[in-house]
Design a protein around this ligand. Structure first.
Ligand code: FE2
Ligand code: FE2
Length: 165
């Protein structure tokens, strides 16, 4: 990922507001009621990122992009909302984890700890919302090495490729 790309993502994520109305309706049609509540609680930039990733997955997979796969694309980062961190705090969290190592930071009872374990926390939230096992698994696995994925490889590869963060 280039520095220019990171700067663009950073500046873009400072802009408030969710995706356009038409996208919100499309997203709503892909999600279970409990999932929809979680999605609506995500900050605007996260909802924009989420819809973009899901549209890319839909384009890449066609008929293979079933509802649980699209829900995985839409909700893989849902655990980030729990941290309460917005863009500047997330930069600090990412740097902290990079310097000290994820293993040192992941258990912290703080916003940074919660941000760094958004994969684990997100999977738990989705379980509670009654998500499909594939949706739950992708939230848990999306920062893990491909060799450990339980999500079928072609689906996981498309989900990963669509996610530019
Ligand atoms: Fe993530
Ligand atoms: Fe993401």
């Amino acid at each position: 990922m280039s520095a220019a790309h990171l700067v663009r993502r950073f500046l873009g994520s400072l802009r408030p507001g969710g995706p356009p109305k038409g996208e919100v309706a499309w997203v709503g049609a892909q999600l279970l009621p409990g999932e929809r509540a979680l999605w609506e609680a995500m900050p605007g930039p996260d909802r924009r990122h989420s819809a973009l990733v899901a549209r890319r997955v839909e384009a890449a997979l066609g008929a293979e992009a079933t509802r649980p796969v699209l829900a995985a694309a839409l909700l893989h980062d849902v655990g980030k909302a729990t941290s309460g961190l917005r863009t500047p705090g997330r930069v600090v969290a990412t740097l902290t984890a990079g310097i000290l190592g994820r293993e040192r930071v992941v258990g912290w009872d703080s916003a940074i700890g919660r941000y760094v374990r958004h994969d684990v926390d997100g999977a738990r939230l989705l379980e509670g919302a009654g998500s499909d096992p594939l949706t739950v698994a992708w939230a848990r696995e999306h920062h893990q090495p491909a060799s450990t994925w339980t999500v079928p490889a072609p689906l996981a590869a498309a989900l990963k490729a669509a996610d530019d963060d």
